[in-house]
Design a protein around this ligand. Structure first.
Ligand code: CMP
Length: 139
């Protein structure tokens, strides 16, 4: 099934000039970039986006980090995009990510893990609409 998923190139990767490398990696894996913008998230954006983690001890630090510099927000499309994106990114913790994955190659730490990707169909629907409402509502 052709799916869309939300991908974020996080501040640590943007800061290290890895945008082209990471986008190229996704394109090589057959993803089509169907929407893209460079943006500095506000505190409210980051808090709302990661609201499911509100009770976790890392939440405040995550919000600080995600607003520390610009991010690239993208909608990626391909067959089974949600699962394939997670495979290409690798495990959240780079120490557990498989060789060849983006996080294994580029992440700096569990928090500064270079990329975010939607983890389910429900998350993808919410996250794509969160940053690209025009794609969902067709306006
Ligand atoms: P992400 O896939 O964007 O989802 C939540 C983010 O919180 C995660 O990547 C990391 O950047 C960050 N994070 C920090 N500590 C943890 C943790 N212990 N478990 C999961 N995510 C964490």
């Amino acid at each position: 099934m052709i799916e869309k998923t939300l991908s974020i190139i996080k501040p640590d990767a943007v800061e290290r000039n890895l945008i082209g490398t990471i986008v190229g990696r996704f394109e090589k894996e057959g993803f089509k970039v169907v929407a893209m913008k460079l943006q500095r998230l506000t505190k409210d954006d980051a808090k709302d986006f990661y609201i499911e983690h509100k009770a976790r001890p890392f939440y405040n630090s995550l919000v600080e980090y995600m607003t520390s510099g610009p991010v690239v927000l993208m909608v990626l499309q391909r067959e089974n995009a949600i699962a394939k994106n997670r495979e290409v990114m690798g495990a959240t913790n780079p120490a557990q990510a498989l060789p060849g994955t983006i996080r294994k190659e580029y992440a700096l730490s569990l928090e500064k893990n270079s990329v975010h990707g939607s983890d389910s169909a429900a998350s993808a629907a919410r996250e794509v609409e969160f940053f690209f409402p025009e794609l969902v509502r067709g306006c």
